[in-house]
Structures are given as structure tokens and as C-alpha cells.
Design a protein around this ligand. Structure first.
Ligand code: GDP
Ligand code: IMO
Ligand code: MG
Length: 428
């Protein structure tokens, strides 16, 4: 049995958590491949609303083991808090079930402090990061001065490494006007985290490889989305990891021939949290309505999300970069009552029209490109009760088929509400 990748097709928060939960019954292993606790994945099922930042969203399906892969950056305090929260709900999060790749990198409190100092120094051009220390931790990884989870196996040596890294970070913080953090206290805290997390450590790539070779289904869960990818997103307004499907291969450590399906997750409209270009953004009542009806407030930071029309060139870009085989379209219910609906179908600059997202341009030049819209009929009905496509109003069905026609791939899952059951699932 093969690997399946679930990947964000817009700017994150597309509903990856709920899609992974919906696909969960097919998976033997659910593995997060990138990002850290900048992610917030919501699962509403079994009477609970879980907001997961690090633990994979397949955790409620008892048959699935869970792995936090090498490509993830881990805040150990957040991971422990999440494990405790799940354990209190009676979920098995023991070391036999939830595994942490030894090659994953660890976030220190000084990484978070550096993230904040850098953001403040950027002033008006701040990226609007989640201030979780993501950028500085990936920077240390690339500079080969990071701390890996596997080092927690030897708490004493680990505490020394933590202390040395915090000291180095403190010098950077002082140079940039930030507050240094207490070295011994941080080292002692991390020593305690190490004792707690060491039993969860595993060779992540070997775990995935063994599962695949044993014919098991490995579900790879991405964080963020294409437009926040370090290479292919709206740089520099991006996160610091490979968010695209290719990130699953590097972040988990397995080969492309195992990949059978790549499910892109896209909202029926578009949102973005944080700064940076967003051509179809709506600053009017329609955008405000999407935000209120769709509860578009960040899972991690509580910030209001910017809302706008669906952008088909972005989704087509997602099909290409990720090799999407199918799309999960979420939050279709949020569009009920908006009529007409606009969707961007192309881009235009001074009379020149292109059908693709102008990704080859930097953010400054991108501002010159305007979306070209097509109006589609809206519908008034509440669609949260629909469980088959035929039960949707004709205009909602036409909206879905218009997207399929533009992308050339099937929409196999349609979200009509946040609950696990509020979904239309079709085989590819
Ligand atoms: P993720 O980061 O991609 O996992 O997405 P988030 O969990 O950050 O944000 C998606 C939000 O939309 C969550 O609050 C979900 O509960 C909610 N959601 C997901 N699918 C649907 C849907 O089909 N309809 C509605 N109304 N809400 C949904
Ligand atoms: P999920 O997995 C939406 C955004 C931040 C900021 C930029 C860089 O829930 O979809 P960072 O803290 O990563 O350095 O911030 O990326 N961002 C997200 N936006 N969903 C996310 O994750 C995000 N993770 C980071 O708002 O604009
Ligand atoms: Mg989210």
C-alpha cells in the first residue's frame, strides 16, 4: 500500500486537519512532515474540538500510529502540552503510538525571542509571523548549528548543548536590543522535556519505510500551504519550510515511487493570515461576512484572517507544483447567501492576460497584476446537511464543477461544515 499526501493549496488554514481526519480511517500511519507549532489544525469529531499544532490530525483514529517527522521543528513544551491534553481525553498518546523523529529540530525559547526581535526590526514590512521561533530554528538547521531531537537521549550532554546554544542566542539578542534569557533555567527545563520525550524518539525514515514496505498506508500531513512555501510561495512573505508535496519526501525520508495520491486542500474562497500579497482580497462587507460566517480567526494566534474570492490560477499552480491528483474543497457552506460569486480565472497587466498565477514575479511586480473575474451564480440554501453532491443546490454543484473544469482533477471531498460528518466524499 502506498503513501498519500495531504497538502495545503492556498495560504494555509484550508482545513487540512479535518481532511486528514476524514481520510484517517484509511491510514495506518499519519506523519507530519514540515513546519512547527505555527500550524494549527482543527479536528471536530467525537464530541471534541481539537486544535493540534504538532500531533498529527489522525490521532483520533485508534488504528493509526502518529509520527512527527524530521522536517518538523518542535517546541517540546507545546508537544508535551498537546500530549497531556489528548491523554486527558482518553486518547492513547504513549511512546508506542506517538513517535518523534530523532532528526527533527528543536525550538528554544531564544528562537522565539529572536523571531520577535526580527519582526519588530522589520517595522512596517514585518512578515506577520506567528512568533513561534520557526524562522530562526530553520535558520540554525541550515547553518548546521541546530539542536536535534535525538540529542535528548543523553540529558546531561543535551543540557550542555542547550546552554551553549542559548548563550550564543543571547549574544544575538543583546546585539539587537532584545532581552537575554536565563541559561541555566532553560537548560534545566529542556533537560526535563528530554526525559519526558526521549521514549518517543525513533528513526523516522526507517519507521515510514518499514510501514510502506509492509504494505501499510502512510498519510503525510502538510502544514501551511503552497503560497507559504519557502521556494514557491510569495517570498519573503512565506514560512521557512517546504510546505509542498515534495516536502513530504524530504521531511519524512522516503522515495517518490511510493506516492499514490496527492490531495490538495483548498477553501471554496481564499484566506491569508499575516502580511504579503493577496490579489483577490476583499476589504468590503463580503470579506467581513466570510470572516464571520467562516470563523476566520487564526487557530494559533487568534488573528483575524484576511478573506477574498477563490483564485483559480493559484489552485492550478497548486496542481502543478504538488502534482495534485485530487482536490478537497472545504467550507463550501460559508458561501451560502453570497450572490453572485466571483472567481479569479486569470491575471491581467496593462492589457496583457495570462492564465497562470504570476509566480515568476517578486512581490513588488506582482502588485501590477490584477485578477480577472468570472461571475457565478450563488445559492441561498443552508447546505450543511448535504451528504451527496446531488443534494447540493444546482448553483453550488455548478461552482464545484467549474473548479474541476479549471483544474482538470476531480474534487473528491467537499466540506459543508466543520464536523467530521459534514462532508461529501466521492471516490476519485
Ligand atoms: P488547517 O490549518 O488547514 O488544518 O485549517 P484550520 O483548522 O486552521 O482552519 C480551518 C477551519 O475551518 C477550522 O476551524 C475548521 O474547523 C473549519 N472547517 C474545516 N472544514 C470546514 C467546512 O467544510 N465548513 C466549515 N464551516 N468549517 C470548516
Ligand atoms: P496551518 O498549518 C496560515 C503564516 C504566518 C506568516 C507566515 C510566516 O495551520 O495552515 P511563521 O511563523 O511560519 O514564520 O510565519 O506564515 N503561517 C500560517 N498561515 N496557516 C498556517 O499553518 C501558518 N503557519 C504560518 O501567519 O504570515
Ligand atoms: Mg491552521
Amino acid at each position: 500500500m502506498p503513501a498519500m499526501i495531504v497538502v495545503g493549496a492556498q495560504w494555509g488554514d484550508e482545513g487540512k486537519g479535518r481532511v486528514v481526519d476524514n481520510v484517517g480511517p484509511r491510514a495506518d500511519l499519519v506523519a507530519r512532515y514540515n513546519g512547527g507549532d505555527n500550524a494549527g489544525h482543527t479536528v471536530v469529531a467525537e464530541g471534541h474540538k481539537l486544535q493540534l499544532h504538532l500531533v498529527p490530525s489522525g490521532i483520533l483514529h485508534v488504528q493509526a500510529a502518529c509520527l512527527i517527522g524530521a522536517g518538523v521543528v518542535v517546541n517540546p513544551a507545546q508537544l508535551i502540552a498537546e500530549l497531556d491534553e489528548l491523554a486527558a481525553l482518553g486518547v492513547d498518546v504513549g511512546p508506542g503510538r506517538v513517535k518523534l523523529a530523532a532528526a527533527a529540530h528543536l525550538i528554544l525559547p531564544t528562537h522565539r525571542a529572536l523571531d520577535g526581535v526580527k519582526e519588530s526590526a522589520r517595522g512596517g514590512s514585518a512578515l506577520g509571523t506567528t512568533r513561534r521561533g520557526i524562522g530562526p530554528t530553520y535558520a540554525d538547521k541550515a547553518a548546521r548549528s541546530g539542536l536535534r531531537a535525538g540529542q535528548m537521549r543523553d540529558p546531561e550532554v543535551f543540557a550542555e548543548r542547550v546552554a551553549a546554544t542559548v548563550e550564543a542566542h543571547n549574544r544575538l539578542l543583546e546585539e539587537s536590543g532584545g532581552e537575554p534569557l536565563p541559561v541555566k533555567q532553560v537548560a534545566a527545563e529542556y533537560c526535563a522535556y528530554a526525559q519526558r520525550l526521549a521514549p518517543h524518539l525513533v528513526d523516522g525514515s526507517a519507521m515510514v519505510g518499514e510501514a510502506l514496505d509492509a504494505g501499510k498506508m502512510v498519510l503525510c500531513e502538510g502544514a501551511q500551504g503552497l503560497m507559504l512555501d519557502i521556494d514557491h510561495g510569495t517570498y519573503p512573505y512565506v514560512t521557512s519550510s517546504a510546505t509542498i508535496a515534495g516536502g513530504a519526501l524530504t521531511g519524512l525520508g522516503f522515495g517518490p515511487h511510493y506516492v499514490e495520491s496527492v490531495i490538495g486542500v483548498g477553501k471554496a474562497y481564499t484566506t491569508r493570515v499575516g502580511a504579503g500579497p493577496f490579489p483577490t482580497e476583499l476589504l468590503d462587507d463580503v470579506g467581513a461576512r466570510m470572516r464571520e460566517v467562516g470563523h476566520e480567526y487564526g487557530t494559533t494566534t487568534g488573528r483575524p484572517r484576511r478573506c477574498g474570492w477563490l483564485d483559480l490560477p493559484i489552485l492550478r499552480y497548486a496542481v502543478r507544483v504538488n502534482g495534485l491528483t485530487e482536490l478537497a474543497l472545504t467550507k463550501l457552506d460559508v458561501l451560502s447567501g453570497i450572490d453572485p460569486l466571483q472567481v479569479a480565472v486569470a491575471y491581467e497587466r496593462g492589457g496583457e492576460r495570462i492564465d497562470h498565477f504570476p509566480a515568476e514575479f517578486g512581490v513588488d511586480e506582482l502588485a501590477a497584476w490584477q485578477p480577472v473575474y468570472e461571475a457565478l451564480d450563488g445559492w441561498q440554501e443552508d447546505i450543511q446537511g448535504a451528504r451527496r453532491r446531488e443534494e447540493l443546490p444546482a448553483a453550488a454543484r455548478a461552482y464545484v464543477t467549474r473548479i474541476e473544469a479549471a483544474l482538470g482533477i476531480p474534487i473528491t471531498l467537499i466540506g459543508v461544515g466543520p464536523e467530521r460528518e459534514q462532508v461529501i466524499i466521492e471516490s476519485p
